[in-house]
Design a binder for this molecule. Sequence first.
Ligand code: ADP
Ligand code: MG
Length: 707
Amino acid sequence: MIKPHTDVPVAESADLQSQPATQLRGVGPRAAQRLANLGIETVQDLLFHLPMRYQDRTRVVPMGSLRPGDEAVIEGAVDLAEIKFGRKRMLLVRISDGTGALTLRFFHFNANQQAGFARGVRLRCYGEVRPGAVTLEMIHPEYRRVEAGAIEEVEEHLTPIYPSTEGMHQLTLRALTDQALERLAQAGDAGLHDWLPPELLKQFKLSSIAAAIRYVHRPPPEASVESLEAGRHPAQQRLVFEELLAHHLSLRQLRYAAKAQRAPVLTGAGALHNTFLASLPFALTAAQRRVVAEIEADLCRDHPMLRLVQGDVGSGKTVVAALAALQAIEAGAQVAVMAPTELLAEQHYRNFQSWLAPLGIEVAWLSGKIKGKAREAALGALASGAAPIAIGTHALFQEDVRFARLGLVIVDEQHRFGVHQRLALRDKGKQGELRPHQLTMTATPIPRTLAMTLYADLDASIIDELPPGRTPVQTVVIPDNRRPEIVERVRQACAQGRQAYWVCTLIEESETLQCQAAADSAAQLAEALPELRVGLVHGRLKPREKEAVMAAFKARELDLLVATTVIEVGVDVPNASLMIIENAERLGLAQLHQLRGRVGRGATQSSCVLLYHGPLSEQARARLGVLRDTTDGFEIARRDLELRGPGEVLGTRQTGLLSLRIADLLRDQDQLPAVERAAERLLTEYPDHAPPLIRRWLGDAGRYGEV
Ligand code: ADP
Ligand code: MG
């Protein structure tokens, strides 16, 4: 665990991290509250409140050289001001500067304003240039009157635009950062401590933090707005490095803190392990064996395991989880297995029950839908310790759920939980001094560099091999006006004794509409294919009905299963060799990959038809192309990240997984290996520097590390 810093090598007075923002001119109680809303409490916080974009007000641009889309300062004399009565009353002011002319358009104006635009009056304006009917235009520009012949100043720096909050004007933020920068100038580099010591700065070729901060707040006129807005300027990249480092350190700290805690030692003779393996109709792959060995070694330690298992769809993560559970159970501990959705939890429940019941192990089931007596019974069995293992949704971690001796928590994350959820789980499972071991499984293969940052609080294992006997699925992308051909294909596949899935998607959030669409499709297909037995499954069916349909499909009593995306998880029918996905363009790559993973589970050549409703956007075309070209989950994840960015792919926006000020995980991933090395060195040689560095970038959020 990292100690709080004691030897801050900076004089208290000069150090901007110890100066409250209320010391600045113009910060009364109201402004202080607004700053606090932005996470700003100290002068240092203000300096780390970074611009999100820039305006160039450093020069007056000749009107003749303006292009639509530019944001520019212009200056010229009024030629004409007139009120137009169209659908809306508006004031048009034509100005010119000898190189060209431009129209200012106002929808809101008063008589005074109008009178101010007398012919010949000189105006300086700032605004976005738009195409207009006669000349280029600016709509509601900022403007002020200037005296002819007077020397008017322009800004000395590019103008920063800050993220703001209600009631906090850009001008105020600019005035406050001006003061903060002044203080920084007075204090010199002592004002903003480089928590990276000189030899690290040198090793990683980094400039001083103070210089980078000064630059991004007030870039000189020659700075390229383009490079700044792309976030690629060296000064920004210097800050990116430190921000990524702060996040990395914070996750590491979390992990150290967690590792310093005690966990029950879960060793056994391996009797259950062996009996279970002998009961399986297959042998583990080498990758599964390796990962199981890693987990089993972790469980024998008296510190909590924090392990992430990454494995592609169908790589066999469930068996690995079961083996971990058996070791814990043999050692006398209880196990909780949590999945993000009811359906996935149900599937795990069925799997675990079929595997563990023969070994004499009772499996408890807990989901949001379990109520009344059944729920009480399950809760009782967990509290008394009678049930050694419970499977469920997040309902497993509600207040009233108590375990007698929880030793292992398994989370099938399915890319739906983030770091905060993981933390909550760790806290929830605590039993006196002891914390349970934790195993997280994810089906979203994340490129190594990203995983290092996103999961720096976990040890990682990768199942990088699929069970043998699988044939890669052939994928085609076809417009939905060729639907009759595809229906024919279903007929042929089923005539040969194969089975098929037909997946319906709808863009509407409404589950009812989705189910309706699937029901309609099922009816149409049944009519077009009278010789086939067609089943229907969707999220509105009762669990028992759903189960009955699935069981019938599995038992080959149905040829064609029409479904909503509920079958993304939890279906395993090796004889099914054809999948049609309607409106495939509406789904994300990961989801399509998951769906497709339902076929190709046997030795027969399987196919997946991605039906799209044209015309396709360029991005949609590229996405479907990725799926056609590869079945490798890692490659798909990499391309998905490229096409959509980590925020969307990993759901970081919703989960608050990482909220970054200046770094962009995808753009800046090249920095990650160096960041990791810097973290390593800082922690071994300057452990005291980590907490203030984390606090600088993460503020209070960084304190989640102090568990
Ligand atoms: P996922 O990693 O996507 O969760 P599952 O655990 O659901 O994958 O496994 C997919 C299918 O592969 C299941 O039917 C499972 O029983 C089977 N399976 C797992 N491991 C092996 C193996 N080593 N050999 C053959 N089949 C396996
Ligand atoms: Mg799974």
